[in-house]
Unconditional design. Structure first.
Length: 320
């Protein structure tokens, strides 16, 4: 092989090796509406490892919870004797947490284990709401005290409560927990709202870059540490969901959404649930990641193209 031929072969090989797979991620959206519900009254809040989804809806008899299975079938969830039931989280074992309104209008948390309901009330609280549950059965949520100040809580598997207050906050709401015990939620510092990540008592503030100041909420976290929530942009009333992967933010907008989309839960596979508004009201959604085919790294092609052309011209001149 001549020296020029060898150079051409080397360059061609370099070109082939420079086609680096670059995976572009997008989402496939499925709208979730409970059959028989009032139009525009369905909200999805939690999703587990297997893809089971919980949320709530309204119909002519009031507010009810739902469980959507992996085949798309729905089961109604009602706390016995409740005026309204609002599921918000589900773990891998199918345990469901949320809150309900009793016959006197009081609000309490609940744990639903295979149809057996346990009431969750923070001692001395005026109201309690459970929002997230992890694989170990640890539950997070929030409660209001006698002064109507809200505090987050962690309930361990023995039923012991620990109050969660973000330092300096006016109110704190714990909304999601993963297998490692990392907790996400929101805190209020007048006049704004910010998300937070609580790792063993160390708080990190979460604000979506470019969001309207004081408009970020963190709603859910998976075992990989990915966080979902919502924020408003600089247009009044225009809200979006977000995915935070190690500080890299991706906006989540359900197709056809008007005014807002909010992401409430995320499972280990990266599937996201939440709800959005349009002209007919509120609708739940499931966003499933879709990985597109690998594409060549464009920079390599641009740099190598002229080089190959130059080598080809040089080869022709040497052969004359």
């Amino acid at each position: 092989m001549s020296r020029i031929s060898a150079l051409l072969a080397f360059a061609a090989g370099l070109l082939c090796s420079s086609v680096v797979p670059v995976a572009a991620a997008t989402y496939s959206f499925t709208t979730i509406d409970m059959p028989g519900a009032n139009t525009g009254s369905t909200r999805a809040f939690g999703i587990n490892t297997t893809g089971q989804i919980v949320g709530f809806f309204a119909n002519s008899t009031g507010n009810h919870g739902f469980l959507r299975d992996t085949a798309g079938g729905f089961t109604t969830i009602d706390m016995p004797g409740a005026l309204g039931t609002f599921p918000a989280g589900i773990n891998a074992a199918g345990q469901i947490v949320g809150n309900f309104v009793d016959s006197s209008g009081g609000r309490h948390g609940f744990l639903d284990t295979a149809g057996t309901f346990t009431t969750i009330d923070m001692l001395g609280a005026a109201s309690t709401a459970a929002r997230g549950i992890n694989a170990a059965g640890q539950i997070v949520g929030f409660y209001s005290d006698s002064s109507n100040v809200f505090h987050g809580f962690l309930r361990d598997t023995a039923g012991t409560f620990t109050t969660i207050d973000r330092p300096g906050a006016d109110s704190t709401f714990a909304l999601g927990i993963n297998a490692a015990g990392q907790i996400v939620g929101q805190f209020n510092v007048s006049p704004g709202t910010h998300g937070f990540l609580d790792t063993a008592g160390t708080f990190t503030t979460i604000d979506v870059p470019g969001a309207f100041p004081g408009s970020t909420t963190a709603q859910g976290i998976n075992d990989a540490g990915q966080i979902v929530g919502g924020f408003s942009d600089n247009t009044v009333g225009n809200g979006h969901g977000f995915l935070d992967t190690a500080g890299t933010f991706t906006t989540i907008d359900a197709p056809g959404a008007i005014d807002f989309t909010i992401a409430e839960g995320i499972n280990p596979a990266g599937q996201i649930v939440g709800y959005f508004s349009n002209s007919t009201g509120f609708h739940g959604f499931l966003a499933t990641p879709v990985v597109l085919a690998a594409v060549p790294e464009p920079t390599s092609l641009v740099l190598l193209g002229p080089g190959l052309v130059g080598l080809a011209v040089l080869a022709r001149r040497r052969l004359r």
